[in-house]
Design a protein around this ligand. Structure first.
Ligand SMILES: [Mg+2]
Length: 266
């Protein structure tokens, strides 16, 4: 009888001990993390946007997308990251490496007639500081605000293109700068901006004067290039951030596109 009571008591103690240890264990274990469907959805949405925006940017750079007015709203952050995060710099650097490789492979004539044509805005000089205040192209183009910015004459050089510019001059090419900026209102500022940033020694700077007002970039730039060819220059290469810099007549032996996903000039 006593033995069976002791056995029962031991059983009760064992059960209580198990119960206490379970409770203690339960307290030590952290609660399971709550499900977070909203974060997962947001993450997959961001990934989806990045994939979409990369495709959009490729379409822009290859000129498959034409006539676009603003960066799509869902790509503004992507373009900001592209422009400021290093990939834009890397892409410009690669473009310049391709240009230098090509230019180095040419034999430059000793008649001084081998020429290159370079665009100015976002080819030689950067407007990134201005576009930072315009959602990197997410806001519609504002010609008045842009003119005010250009009048300040503080556009920094795109460093890789400045290196290219100096190399072309060193190798004996004549460099012509060709911009759609208005000669009358922006001529002096643009000239001093270029000089201050190191773009010294070019043969000529062509700007849009009264004769060409209202003309599209392709027509205006074609006319100037035809004039150069008529003067006897051989345009060995043509560099611009817009396809309208690189299309039309007398575009040159080779064209090179500098990346620019922030705006489109028809
Ligand atoms: Mg340009």
């Amino acid at each position: 009888m006593i033995a069976s009571m002791l056995a029962l008591w031991e059983l009760i103690l064992l059960m209580l001990s198990n119960l206490f240890s379970r409770l203690a264990g339960a307290k030590l274990l952290p609660p399971p993390p709550p499900p977070q469907p909203s974060t997962a959805v947001a993450g997959s949405s961001l990934a989806c946007d990045a994939s979409y925006c990369l495709s959009w940017r490729v379409a822009v750079e290859t000129n498959n997308a034409q006539g676009w007015r603003t960066v799509p709203a869902r790509c503004v952050l992507y373009i900001e990251s592209y422009m400021l995060g290093g990939q834009y710099d890397r892409d410009v650097e690669t473009a310049v490496e391709c240009i230098v490789g090509y230019a180095d492979g040419l034999v430059v004539g000793d008649d001084g007639m081998d020429a290159w044509v370079l665009d100015v805005d976002d080819t030689c000089l950067s407007n990134l500081l201005y576009y930072q205040g315009k959602q990197f192209g997410g806001a519609p183009f504002d010609p008045t605000a842009f003119k005010s910015w250009a009048r300040r004459g503080i556009c920094p050089a795109i460093p890789q293109v400045l290196i290219l510019y100096k190399k072309l001059l060193e190798r004996g090419y004549k460099v012509f700068l060709l911009t759609g900026r208005d000669q009358e209102t922006l001529g002096a500022t643009t000239t001093s901006n270029l000089i201050l940033q190191g773009f010294i020694g070019h043969e000529r700077l062509f700007m849009r004067n009264r004769t060409y007002r209202g003309q599209g970039a392709v027509a205006f730039k074609s006319t100037i290039r035809k004039q150069l060819v008529a003067e006897g220059y051989r345009i060995r290469g043509n560099v611009g951030d817009q396809w309208s810099d690189l299309q039309g007549d007398c575009v040159g032996d080779r064209i090179f596109k500098i990346p620019n996903p922030m705006y489109f000039v028809p």
